[in-house]
Design a protein around this ligand. Structure first.
Ligand SMILES: Cc1cc2nc3c(=O)[nH]c(=O)nc-3n(C[C@H](O)[C@H](O)[C@H](O)COP(=O)(O)O)c2cc1C
Length: 172
């Protein structure tokens, strides 16, 4: 598939059908994350793959809104940026998430970015909640989680007409 076709096909998918993601598919997605560029090539991101149903459920309850879908995913990849390695952990983690989201689309899988950084659950910081679930230290920062699975409900691909070209400005 051409890159533009993958970009058009990439949609946020929030319903999964329970079919397991194979190790081959997972590898391709994780490799995409590892191939993402990072500032000064510091590579601060680690990728924690969650498969246990009870942990997926815990993650799905880590913020007030927008994480429930993780419960139905086959897997979740938590992108963990080490702030001691790079002050660009937000940017580096975001690019890695995007690469993996695109690779999932290329493979015909459904996936969805679930924002954790700057989110909360009942007034508690969602990053702290996720760190407690994963048992990791506070210098590991969490931009988001990629929920992943096969799906019969991937939304319709975007089309080139969906683009809002008014966002493009030529400085004359
Ligand atoms: C930074 C970022 C954070 C997002 N957080 C969530 C989230 O927490 N929960 C969710 O269901 N979708 C989340 N999304 C998905 C967006 O809602 C989605 O990308 C947007 O509505 C456009 O739809 P599309 O991805 O199908 O093109 C997030 C996307 C981005 C880029």
């Amino acid at each position: 598939m051409e890159l533009i076709d993958v970009m058009l096909k990439r949609r946020s998918t929030r319903k999964f059908n329970g079919q397991p993601v194979t190790m081959g598919e997972l590898d391709r997605i994780l490799h995409a994350g590892l191939l993402a560029p990072t500032s000064r090539n510091r590579k601060p991101c680690n990728f924690i793959v969650v498969e246990k149903k009870e942990t997926l459920k815990e993650l799905s309850e880590s913020k007030d809104h927008g994480a429930k879908l993780i419960e139905g995913a086959d897997k979740a990849i938590v992108v963990v940026g080490d702030a001691m390695i790079a002050d660009t952990w937000i940017e580096d983690s975001s690019i890695a998430l995007t690469y993996m989201h695109l690779m999932a689309s290329e493979l015909g899988l459904g996936s969805c970015w679930v924002q954790i950084h700057l989110r909360s659950k009942d007034g508690c910081d969602s990053e702290g909640i996720v760190r407690d679930i994963l048992k990791i230290d506070s210098h590991y920062r969490i931009v988001g989680i990629l929920a992943l699975g096969h799906s019969d409900d991937i939304p319709k691909a975007h089309t080139l007409d969906d683009m809002d070209k008014s966002k493009i400005h030529f400085l004359v």
